[in-house]
Design a protein around this ligand. Structure first.
Ligand code: GDP
Ligand code: MG
Length: 427
């Protein structure tokens, strides 16, 4: 039986790709803010979720040919901003991804780069459908921007040399994907798109806005035509702690991605902590205004109840030791508490034991599951084996053992510092 599309939740969308391909710029353009300029090294450091309401999608998609914006059935998009693949890795439940779709940003001028390949592997492994944004088309020599037009119609009106350069670069990307065993085509290629093996690509300029409407229209259309089953809202709670943050005046709060079900004020919650499961009570639920992002300082509004899918800041006592990257449960009956605590312990140990270790190697400790995975990914690229892993406050353990800790806001700086230190040791 066909499920109703009347009660769809917002799809959760992650943005992945190599550094500097334009992931942050893409999000800025979608929500028309300017987060990117204020970031350390221009790299996204914090995790945020942006609710893009249906009206904003409709407005942006009006320009897209053959797309009836009025038919948008999803209530919005919940877009996760992502540093590397950390937040994607954090967003999971029972081993599968909570992210419904991903936008894989590729710089048309550079093709597939190292982290693009890592992102592809991750998406394939977790069976996450994705759309490629072929970004920076404005860099084509002599390209003239027109953000208010359908990008395919607009590309057709460009000078011949622009069209030729686009075709040449586009074909290079197609070959690079083929080398990874994947078929890609432009999203307006109806013949190829009829074949489910093809992965769609949309030409974009995150900088100028060109193609963003086409990208959003494509995702909306795909969501409601192919994935309405997955996106039908259900009452069973599915929530993950994305980030644990101390906020002046609010204390330590947790940012939660609520996929399905509801969170209510005064709910008793159970979640994983560094020293074991934490039981607490929701004191307040806060969300920013629509189209603003959780991590941007803005007026939060309080809510008595929130229905998924949403990104929500949960205020509760005792969150200092909460762990990001693991599920949050709500207690419906008092006798459930023990069971849910056991679930928490099982979820954490499952996540840790599923990591393949070598008999000999370094010991890795990180404060969240997502950052642990990002670190392990880095160690793999450096061919550094690891023998054991753990979650918890690394500083305390290091002080006790007299271990030197490298600190940096950006993982690439960490890499540079570590490699320099290793060179020094060898001399
Ligand atoms: P991220 O590391 O993937 O988040 O990349 P950013 O969004 O920080 O962008 C990296 C740089 O590329 C910044 O200087 C952006 O202004 C620039 N950029 C991003 N998108 C575009 C685009 O579509 N066209 C051009 N010309 N530059 C872009
Ligand atoms: Mg960024």
């Amino acid at each position: 039986a066909e499920k109703s599309v009347d009660n769809l939740r917002a799809p959760i969308i992650c943005v992945l790709g190599h550094v500097d391909t334009g992931k942050t710029k893409m999000l800025d353009t979608i929500r028309r803010t300017n987060v990117q300029d204020g970031e350390a090294g221009g790299i996204t450091q914090q995790i945020g979720a942006t609710q893009v309401p249906r009206d904003a999608i409709v407005e942006r998609c009006k320009q897209v040919r053959e797309f009836r914006a009025a038919d948008v059935k999803v209530p919005g998009f919940l877009i996760i901003d992502t540093p590397g693949h950390e937040s994607f890795a954090n967003l999971r439940s029972r081993g599968s991804s909570l992210c419904d779709f991903a936008i894989l940003v590729v710089d048309l001028m550079h093709g597939l780069e190292q982290q693009t390949l890592e992102s592809i592997k991750l998406l394939v492994k977790r069976h996450t459908p994705f759309v490629v944004a072929l970004n920076k088309i404005d860099r084509l020599h002599m390209y003239e921007s027109s953000p208010r037009k359908d990008v395919y119609v607009h590309l057709g009106t460009q000078a011949n040399n622009v069209k030729l350069e686009f075709k040449k670069r586009y074909e290079e990307v197609v070959v690079q994907f083929a080398e990874q065993g994947l078929n890609v085509c432009l999203s307006n290629d109806k013949k190829k798109m009829a074949d489910p093996d093809y992965i769609p690509m949309v030409p974009t300029s995150a900088y100028c806005g060109d193609g963003i409407g086409n990208l959003m229209a494509f995702i909306a259309e795909m969501a409601q035509s192919k994935y309405s089953d997955r996106l039908a809202f259900i009452e069973e709670l599915d929530a993950t702690v994305m980030e644990v943050k101390a906020i002046p005046g609010l204390g330590t709060t947790i940012d939660v991605i609520l996929v399905n079900g509801r969170l209510k004020n005064n709910d008793i919650i159970v979640l994983s902590g560094i020293d074991g499961p934490i039981v607490s009570q929701i004191r307040d639920l806060k969300m920013p205004e629509p189209l603003r992002e959780l991590r941007v300082k803005s007026e939060y509004r309080s809510f008595k109840e929130i229905q998924g899918a949403q990104g929500v800041k949960v205020l509760a006592k005792g969150m200092e030791k909460a762990l990001a990257g693991l599920p949050l449960y709500v207690v419906n009956q008092a006798d459930e508490i023990d069971l849910l605590q056991a679930e928490c312990e099982a979820a954490l140990s499952k996540a840790l034991t599923s990591i393949k270790k070598k008999p000999e190697g370094v010991y890795v400790q990180a404060s969240t599951l997502g950052s642990l995975e990002a670190l392990l990914e880095f160690l793999k690229t450096q061919k550094i084996p690891y023998a054991n892993v753990n979650i918890g406050p690394a500083q305390l353990a290091a002080d006790r053992e007299g271990v030197r800790i490298f600190q940096a806001d950006i993982i690439y700086h960490l890499e540079d510092d570590f490699l320099k230190y290793r060179e020094e040791l060898r001399q």
